[in-house]
Design a protein around this ligand. Structure first.
Ligand code: ADP
Ligand code: MG
Length: 234
């Protein structure tokens, strides 16, 4: 994919992203890393079109993230699964397909089952989110994102509320999606996953992109900030 950030700044009450510039081409899977509060969620929300930057321009695969058409081509997986609590895993997906993609019941059901199966949830499809594990719920929300057939899937710390075993289970399921031809932009603290899955890494600190490069930079950080970060997460 191609990613262009030009003078991107963003403020809530104070400015939290400061004049980000980045131009990338040809990568399939981009990891955003950095300490809590460094601006990763803000940036991934801007890149996905969920929020619009106060100033600057973001374009991905040649489309401005402000375009309605772009936002139809992306899927987002949040920190917490965000499933409707009163609907089964399957219904969580079919409802969205019927409402937003005008799919008929049969096609929606077929699509939902295909992706729930892909995420190894074939035995859980009729359960409510509260009756499955956190890892299963998070995999269902990945299935839901995939069912909309996006070009790019954004994941913002999809395992932050999970224990190490469930974290592994979810991240392994994501790695299995490699063959789908989707592009991924994700935030995580799991550095082994970054090394396995990302083909480019952006390190943020205090609302700035401090270092970026191939995942090898994690083993040989040049700057002091990334060096210190890698010591802390290891
Ligand atoms: P990260 O995901 O790296 O932890 P965030 O993008 O969530 O970082 O936050 C960056 C900064 O923006 C933090 O100082 C945070 O407090 C602030 N921030 C994030 N979201 C909001 C919001 N909705 N309103 C006000 N401040 C926010
Ligand atoms: Mg965050």
């Amino acid at each position: 994919m191609t990613i262009e950030l030009e003078h991107v700044s963003h403020a809530y009450d104070v400015e939290v992203l400061h004049d980000l510039n980045l131009k990338l081409e040809g990568y399939r899977s981009l990891a955003l890393i950095g300490v809590s509060g460094s601006g990763k969620s803000t940036l991934i929300r801007l890149m996905s079109g969920l929020e619009i930057p106060n100033s600057g321009r973001i374009s991905i695969n040649g489309a401005s993230v402000r375009d309605e058409a772009y936002r139809k081509r992306v899927g987002f997986v949040f920190q917490n699964h965000n499933l409707f609590p009163h609907l089964t895993l399957k219904k969580n997906i079919t409802l969205i397909l019927e409402k937003t993609r005008d799919m008929n019941k049969d096609d929606a059901e077929k699509t939902a089952l295909k992706y729930l199966h892909m995420l190894h949830l074939e035995d859980q499809v009729d359960k409510l989110p509260k009756n499955v594990s956190g890892g299963q719920a998070q995999r269902a929300s990945i299935a839901r994102a995939l069912s909309l057939d996006p070009d790019i899937i954004f994941l913002d710390e999809p395992t932050s509320s999970l224990d190490p075993i469930l974290t592994h289970e979810v991240l392994t399921a994501v790695e299995e999606l490699r063959g789908l031809g989707k592009r991924f932009i994700f935030v995580t603290h799991v550095m082994s996953f970054v090394k396995d899955f990302a083909d480019y890494v952006v390190f943020m600190d205090d609302g700035r992109i401090v270092e970026h490069g191939l995942p090898e930079i994690l083993d040989n950080p040049t700057g002091e900030t990334l060096k210190a970060f890698m010591k802390r997460v290891r």
